[in-house]
Design a protein around this ligand. Structure first.
Ligand code: GLU
Length: 291
């Protein structure tokens, strides 16, 4: 019998999995197993320019090697663009998003020229240039110019009012999405963004518990707002510690020495990795292969 607990692991097939991914996937998998629930796999592959076909299979191979099995066919976000367009349309109808024609260069120049550019968790906030374009100009530019869609954050968060989520480590958190400013919900090149796709898909997959790294804690403020605006259920969140290397730096995809594929090739067993990652705190010191 499966319980009502549903979690997911959501890697981007833009590189090999490393020990940080393994930690996240093993935690999510253990929570699902302990709860008699379900563990789903989702490929976050909206970044079509960076995705490489070979990484889908490499990720599945690495997870299987760790002893992780998933329920259902993995979901690919690249198959879900129509669902994201439909979600964005609901915000267009409420006038909660606006087209943004700015290039990165223009945004950077505007920020540099401003005496006190406000900052959010990911750096300087979008200065709101395109929010102020009048409707007639917007209507003709939209026909001819590439544009992203940004949320009118002040309007959307005022409309939503106070919002909260339950975090397994941090407790009840009040969402403050406004600190992110007018984030992009649909990019110029793809009809979604990380934030929109995650909010829509966690609900579409029936996810009740989101297990992911503490680096994504700030993003949850935006996801909570989107859940409200789309009328979606709110999962519980488990933001876990990040695995760092011996210099205290968090692991990145470029850190190939600690990719699961490299460790496997170097003769490391999946059991040993599991034991090191389950230690509290995780002890990856002995896992780096000798040069
Ligand atoms: N795709 C994200 C990553 O690989 C994870 C997103 C999430 O868990 O919400 O870091």
């Amino acid at each position: 019998m499966t319980g009502s607990f549903v979690t997911r692991f959501a890697p981007s097939p833009t590189g090999l999995l490393h020990l940080g991914h393994a930690y996240s996937a093993l935690r999510a998998f253990a929570l699902a197993r302990d709860a008699g629930g379900r563990f789903l796999l989702r490929f976050e592959d909206i970044d079509t320019g960076r995705v490489r076909a070979e990484y889908y299979a490499a990720i599945e191979r690495d997870l299987a090697w760790l002893g992780i099995t998933w329920d259902d066919e993995p979901l690919r976000q690249s198959d879900r663009f129509s669902a994201y367009r439909a979600a964005l349309d609901t915000l267009k109808m409420q006038d909660l998003v606006y087209p943004c024609f700015c290039t990165r260069k223009e945004i950077a120049a505007e920020i540099a020229a401003s005496a006190s550019a406000p900052h959010g968790p990911d750096g300087p906030l979008y200065p709101g240039t395109c929010r102020l374009i009048d409707p007639a100009e917007r209507a003709w530019r939209i026909e001819t110019e590439a544009h992203a869609w940004r949320i009118n954050m002040a309007k959307a968060s005022a409309l939503a009012g106070p919002l909260f989520w339950e975090d397994a480590t941090a407790g009840r958190i009040e969402a403050t999405p406004e600190v992110h400013g007018d984030v992009v919900l649909a990019r110029k090149d793809v009809p979604t963004s990380y934030h929109l796709a995650v909010a829509v898909d966690d609900a579409a997959q029936g996810v009740t518990a989101v297990v992911r790294g503490a680096d994504l804690f700030p993003a949850t403020h935006v996801h909570r707002l989107l859940q409200h605006l789309f009328g979606l259920p709110v999962p519980r969140y488990h933001h876990h510690r990040l695995i760092t290397d011996d210099t205290g730096m968090r692991l990145a995809k470029r850190d190939d020495a600690l990719s699961l594929a490299a460790l496997r090739k170097a003769g490391m067993s999946a059991d040993r990795i599991g034991t090191a990652l389950r230690a509290d705190p995780p002890d990856i010191g002995g896992l780096r292969p000798a040069d």
